[in-house]
Design a protein around this ligand. Sequence first.
Ligand code: ACM
Length: 416
Amino acid sequence: MKEGRRSFLKKTVVGTGVLAASNFPYIWVKNSSLAYAAKGEVKVGVLFSLTGTTGIIEESLNKATIMAIEEINDSGGINGMKITPVVEDPASDPATFAAKARKLVLNDRCVSVFGSYTSASRKAVLPVFEKRENLYWYPTLYEGRECSKNVIYTGAVPNQQQDEFVPWLVEKFGKRWYLIGSNYIYPKEENNYCKKLLADLGCEVVAEEYVPLGHSEFASVVNKFRSEKPNVIFSTVVGDSVVALHRQYRAAGLDPETMPMASLTTSENEVAAMGGDAAAGHFTSAPYFQVWDSPENQKFVEAYRKRWGEDKVTHFVSEPSYFQVYMFKQAVEKLDPSDISPQTIREAVKGVELVAPQGLVRLDPATLHTYLWPKIGVCKSDGQFEILKQSSEWLAPVPYKAYPDQVCTEAGLKQV
Ligand code: ACM
C-alpha cells in the first residue's frame, strides 16, 4: 500500500530529528508531537512587555511567570522534563506582540506562550495562536466576549469584578457615576457591562470618557470631576496613566471620602509606583490582594520578595501569572512525553483545580476561563489594601454576561 503524504512527512520529521521546524511549512511538523518535548525539556514563550506604557505592570507578570518556572524546575520539572522559557519583550506595542508571538510559535516551537496585559495585545496575537493551533495563557482581567479554543484565561471577566462591586458602591456612595478609561477595547466593553448594572440600579452616568493609552495629563479630567461632582469615579485607565490620574486627583485636593475612584485595574503594583498617599481611600475589586491571609499566599509573597527584592509587591495579575504555570504543569504531567502538544495540553487542563494564593481555583472546561474569588479592597497609605468584602464561594466565569443571547461552550460560541 502506498504511504500517505502525512504519514510520510511525519516519519521524515521525527526520523531525522535535525530538521529545524522553522524551515518547513507548519503542516510538516504539526503531527510531530515529539518536537514539543525534546531533549528532556518543554519550551514555553514568556511574552510580557518589559518596556513601554504597560511595562509598569507587565514586568511583574514576567517575574511571577519566571518564578513559577524556576520553582517547578528546581523541584524536578514536569515528569523529569525542565520548562525552558523563551523570553521576549513586545514593548507595549500590539504589532510587536504579534511579531514576537509568531517567532515563539514558529521559530522557537514553544508548546504554549504565557503573555499579555492589555486586551489590545491579546487581540493582536490571537490570530497567530488560532491559525497555528497553539495555546496562549492570558492572566489578565479583561472584558470577556471571547471564546477561543486557543487561549487559557486565568484573570477575571466583568461578572467576577463587577457583580458585587457595583451594587456595593451604589449603596455606599450613590447613583451618579463618572466612567473614565483608556481608549481601547477593554475599558469600552467593561463599561458596557457596568452601564447595564447601573441602569438596573436606576443610576445616572454623568460622563463616559476615554483617554489615549499612555495619557499623563489629567488636569481637564480632574476639573470635570470637580464640576460634575459624581458619587463614584469608575476607572478602567491602565498602565502609567493610573499613576498620573491618582496623583493629579490628589494634587487637586479632591476627597476619596465623598468622590472615590473605584477601579478594576489599580493594583498594589501601580500603587507602589504612585505612592500610597495618592491611592489611599480609593477602591479596587479583584480576586486577589497581597494581604490575603492564607498559607499559600504567605509562601507566594515570601518567595516573590526573596527572588525579586523585598520592596516588590504581588497583585491580582501577577498571582494568576504565577498559578497558571502550575495549571500548565498539572496538564502536562497527565501526558505521555510523546503526546505533548498545544491541543493535548488544552484538553488536559480542562477542569484542573489547584489551591492558588487566592484560594481554590478551577479551569472551566466549557469556556477555558477560571473560577475565582472576588474581593473588594480599599487602599491604605502604606500601599496595601484592606479587604472589606469577599465572596463566600468561588464565582464562575461568564465571559458573555453582557451578551445574554450568546454563550461560550466547549463546542464554541452558541446563539441562545
Ligand atoms: C486589559 O486590557 N484586559 C486590562
